[in-house]
Design a protein around this ligand. Structure first.
Ligand code: GRF
Length: 205
């Protein structure tokens, strides 16, 4: 069983999807050992408590500077035995130390079809640009932002009249299906990485 740390900053709906899947599926291969938030008081922490999962707040203000903050996040994850970091709505950029300590063991979900719309404003930027299709990208994290090897992508249509909440809800519905499947595939050794190419044993979901 692979112990994972799920890193959050907000509502934690992806955290919930992963927890639910891990508990519903005896072959899931991973369990959430700790939830780490950079913000106190967020819904994701309530979800962790309700699920009986240890939670920790690693606040930016307590660890000034990206290196110190990253070190504290990695220390906290390791302290709880985590052997991979699953970023689920985590709004901080980790320093390269995280990739060095968890090489090809950090996964992120991004609400756009990378390399389009990297960064923290992917959904409003997609709407402003007038794209007809956006989507979800789940990828390994490397030293660059929203850049590492892509594990899976799914298109999501932008519909006439969409505003941010409507498009976000459609994207998140896809994330909630995909992210648990990715974590399971990773935990059960079905993902192979060769440079930028990620191969799925048995094919993606
Ligand atoms: C997700 O849509 C993710 O793509 C983005 O932030 C959102 C987090 O949602 N980076 P939640 O906290 O999992 O509900």
């Amino acid at each position: 069983m692979l112990p994972i740390a799920v890193l959050v900053s907000g509502s934690g709906s992806n955290l919930q999807a992963i927890v639910d899947a891990s508990r519903a599926d005896p072959d899931f291969g991973a369990e959430v050992a700790v939830v780490i938030s950079d913000r106190p008081g967020v819904r994701a922490l309530q979800r962790a408590e309700a699920a009986g999962i240890p939670a920790a707040v690693v606040a930016w203000a307590d660890h000034p500077g990206r290196e110190a903050f990253t070190g504290a996040v990695c220390d906290t994850a390791e302290h709880h035995g985590a052997r991979a970091l699953i970023l689920a709505g985590f709004m901080r950029i980790l320093a390269p130390e995280a990739v060095a300590r968890f090489p090809l063991r950090i996964i992120n979900t991004h609400p756009a079809l990378l390399p389009a719309f990297p960064g923290a404003h992917a959904i409003p930027q997609a709407l402003a640009h007038g794209v007809k299709v956006t989507g979800v990208t789940i990828h390994f994290v490397d030293e660059e932002v929203d850049h590492g090897p892509i594990i899976v992508q799914r298109p999501v249509p932008v519909l006439p009249g969409d505003d941010e909440p409507a498009l976000q809800a459609r994207i998140q519905a896809e994330e909630h299906r995909l992210y648990p499947a990715v974590v399971k595939a990773f935990a059960t050794g079905r993902l192979t990485v060769d440079g930028r190419q990620v191969r799925w044993e048995g094919g993606p979901p």
